[in-house]
Design a protein around this ligand. Sequence first.
Ligand code: DAH
Length: 333
Amino acid sequence: MLDKIEAFRKEILSSALNTPAQLEAFRLKFLSRNGLISTLFDEFKALPGVDKATLGKPLNELKVLAETMFKQCKEQFESSVSGSQSIRDDLTLPVHASLLGSLHPLTVVEKEIREIFFRMGFSISSGPEIEDDFHNFTALNFPADHPARDMQDTFFVRKGESGLEDLVLRTHTSPVQIRLMENQKPPIRSVMPGRVFRNESVTYKSYFQFNQIEGLVVDHGISMAELIQTLVTFAKMMYGSEIEYRIRSSFFPFTEPSIEMDVRTSSTTNWMEILGAGMVDPNVFEAVGIDSEHYSGYAFGMGIDRIAMLKYGFTDIRTLYENDIRMLEQFPL
Ligand code: DAH
């Protein structure tokens, strides 16, 4: 038996333990319940008393040797895979502080307006930012000498020469109404958000670009009463059901009659104008080939920037376009 112990000792010492698989094979061979060392112990128990005294010690040493080698190698393997493994498993580690983007205040307000109209059954449409004179002015019933066509207000992309039409940066979202009516037969019920441009000097309250949202409804028997009801519903959803409102008569070339709407909340003492609107002028229907004897419609338009400024307390419109990270960071998602 001593010979056997010595042979196993040599085998244990020369075992290759370079991989976890080799280590496991070593464990099964020597240390498992049916392994070689356990079997030796069984044999040892069956021996007569005299032999036990001389064999007990080397046998125990053999067992300790195998166990120590196993333990050391196991620890080594575990610490060498540790790096990634233990980091991956530690769920209490802080997350990387990566910078998340957020929505611009103008986007937030535009989304809110769109969602209110969406709930009232309006679709969303859009049109180009570079427009021709027909869609931006003529089809909207602007007379040829209307001051809005003036160089003062309009950015011209191409000044019409030799029979070419003027191309402009659209000065309002109303041309999208025209494009919608050209491309879609009534019934129409849509809102059209977008960026518009005016050749104005830059101050705290005016900028060369801003955002509007246009609305258009065309169908049989559309009335002024429905227009006003829609606008009042919108204003209450946007500014709160407690607001006061008033409707004033106004003028726009593309609507007849035309109105403007003001609202007043408990926190604002002054009336603030929030939109222009009216019944679609028959001349506009004629320009897009809709029969005004059979159809009627209403339109409205409002500025998004003003609403965002009121809502968030901006006092300078330029803040909305400078993209100063310190401002943007105040609007986390
Ligand atoms: N286009 C007008 C503007 O830029 C706003 C507007 C007023 C749009 C009345 C409309 C409307 O559709 O009916 O000032």
